[in-house]
Design a protein around this ligand. Structure first.
Ligand code: HEM
Length: 538
């Protein structure tokens, strides 16, 4: 079968080794640079490349609507997603079953609609205000008894090794770590009915005793990150993982004995996250606890409705706790660091481009004006004030194009039973995995023009005086495309617009090292390593 597989792809170019093994791809994935490797292969071999024995990467604009097609032509997610097991049941993100997906998607679509997210804006504002209070304090070094300036320090969660994720001294801090605290607090508040309290504690390390399993000194952001890296690697060997009892058993073995510490840590982080989510959801579902109309409440109601129970009857029935936990945990892992990573990258691009920074500040000043600078009255903009600002929206689009939070191609599979599929003039046999590499598409000069590698906000502006090829959102793959595209986009965009606007309105900021490029490491998503800024009140 192995040799047969290799023969049926002989018309597709690619590295010799990749015809027989996924190892080259896996090694680049383990190194956190898969998208750059695949991009280099496209530059060498052209738009279709065999990157693993039955996996074709398609860097062509026409491939997007075929690989991520809607309706009857939709291709299911490939076995790669088996590595994203969380709990013992599949969730909206990792299920390969079309019916289960539609059912769960319906249950979450309403709670995450723009209208519903807008109704939860006040909870987001509470956390934004806490973020600002923390940054305000860090902006102003306090004076010690001997008169010297004392720097506020923050131990803010640990990265993979011993490096501190968000240390701040005086007016220098890693804004990425603070964005993580903010987005984790928001999503845990909305999805678990209780925030993880990171902004209150100034750290993403949970207090001891918050979980029955051992949560060592690793921050939750690092747990989510390392879990993504392990899954992105193991997904290339899907026969090792999965929901079956054997898959679960093998997973246990891997967690304890896999020779690579990163993979072991990723698997045990997944267990720890599950443990945290289970405890939070269980606490929240206890009848005596306060109930409020947040994401968890809406999700529970929708799940009950999808079980054909309606009205009062639905509310009386207990919902399957396992399903709520698995979906709430998905929201925690899918809806937190992704937003923080994107916000950190957007801010980096703004600060690295002074004219863009200045124009944004003028737009915000003209449209919003000053916010309260009084620590006790921390005031943040409303989403209605920022959502339609043209320069802010264009900057966010352009930074997401350049950074590509979702950078590698999300794999789908041609069902074995169907007729070979035609893709940009080539026959693709059933059973083939296909993906469209977001990073490569988002920097393709045929789509974006000769300046595709340059940060040009003007390409998204209607009335730009600068000569530039216009941007087309259908080639921006940040949130995915098709039936499996991001369901949390409304919430993510709302947070991104509010975070960036608030920070720019309130503070004078600059990069600590403007000469340094934005460093990123990729797991399932691409993540900035850190963004160190100098910050002071405006
Ligand atoms: C800037 C932030 C975000 C980015 C870049 C992002 C990106 C993505 C992408 C690319 C996908 C498709 C994944 C695939 O096909 O394998 C996806 C799916 C998903 N995202 Fe997001 N996301 C973000 C924020 C959020 C938020 C805030 C939430 C939840 C509140 C969320 C929940 C989900 C879920 C549940 C799915 C699975 C949808 C399905 O399979 O039907 N995401 N996201």
């Amino acid at each position: 079968k192995w040799l047969f597989d290799a023969r049926q792809y002989k018309h597709i170019p690619g590295p010799f080794l990749s015809r027989y093994t996924s190892l080259p791809l896996a090694l680049h994935s383990r190194g956190g640079k898969r998208h750059l490797y695949v991009d280099s292969l496209h530059r060498k071999y052209g738009p279709l490349v065999l990157i693993a024995p039955n996996h074709i990467s398609c860097a062509h604009p026409d491939a997007i609507s075929v690989v991520y097609a809607q309706g009857d032509h939709a291709l299911p997610k490939s076995d790669f997603y088996k590595a994203f097991v969380m709990g013992a049941t599949p969730n909206l993100f990792n299920t390969q079953d079309r019916e289960l997906h539609s059912k769960r998607r319906r249950a979450l679509a309403h709670p995450l609609s723009y209208k519903s997210v807008k109704e939860m804006e006040e909870w987001i504002a509470v956390h934004l205000s806490k973020l600002v209070r923390n940054l305000d304090k860090l902006c102003k070094p306090s004076i010690t008894t001997n008169g010297s300036a004392k720097h506020h320090s923050i131990s803010n969660g640990l990265g993979l090794g011993a490096e501190t994720l968000g240390r701040a001294s005086g007016s220098q801090l890693n804004i990425h770590a603070w964005f993580n605290c903010f987005t984790f607090d928001v999503i845990s508040d909305l999805a678990f009915g209780q925030s993880l309290g990171m902004l209150d504690r100034g750290t993403d390390v949970l207090p001891t005793g918050s979980s029955s399993k051992k949560v060592d000194d690793m921050g939750v952001a690092a747990m989510v990150g390392v879990r993504g890296r392990a899954a992105a690697f193991l997904g290339l060997f899907p026969y090792l993982v999965g929901f079956s009892p054997i898959g679960m058993f093998v997973r246990r073995l891997l967690t304890n004995f896999w020779p690579d510490a990163l993979i072991r840590k990723g698997l045990s982080s997944s267990d720890m996250l599950e443990d945290i989510a289970t405890e939070c959801v269980r606490r929240r579902l206890t009848p005596s606890k306060i109930s409020r109309d947040d994401l968890l409440n809406r999700l529970v109601n929708e799940l009950k409705k999808s079980d054909q129970l309606v009205g009062d009857e639905a509310l009386k029935e207990p919902v399957d706790e396992k399903i709520v936990v698995t979906e709430a945990m998905l929201l925690l892992s899918a809806g937190s660091d992704t937003t923080a990573d994107s916000a950190a990258a957007i801010l980096w691009y703004i600060l690295a481009n002074k004219p863009v920074h200045e124009r944004l500040v003028s737009e915000l000043d003209e449209n919003i004006g000053t916010l309260s600078q009084d620590l006790d009255l921390v005031d943040v903009p409303k989403h209605d004030q920022v959502k339609s600002l043209p320069y802010l929206s264009a900057t966010i689009q352009e930074a997401l194009r350049m950074f590509a939070t979702n950078a590698f191609g999300l794999p789908r599979v041609v069902p074995p039973s169907v007729e070979p599929l035609m893709l940009i003039g080539q026959r693709i046999p059933g059973g083939t995995e296909l993906s469209v590499p977001a990073y490569t598409i988002q920097r393709d000069i045929d789509i974006w023009g000769e300046d595709a590698h340059q940060f040009r906000v003007e390409r998204w502006l209607q009335d730009s005086e600068v000569e530039v090829k216009k941007g087309d959102p259908k080639y921006l793959l940040t949130f995915g495309v098709g039936p499996r595209m991001c369901i949390g986009k409304n919430l993510a965009m709302m947070q991104l617009q509010l975070m960036i606007a608030t920070i720019l309105l309130r503070y004078k900021i600059e990069l600590c090292d403007p000469e340094k490029d934005l460093e990123a490491i990729e797991g399932f998503m691409n993540k900035p390593v850190e963004v160190q800024i100098k910050i002071s009140p405006r």
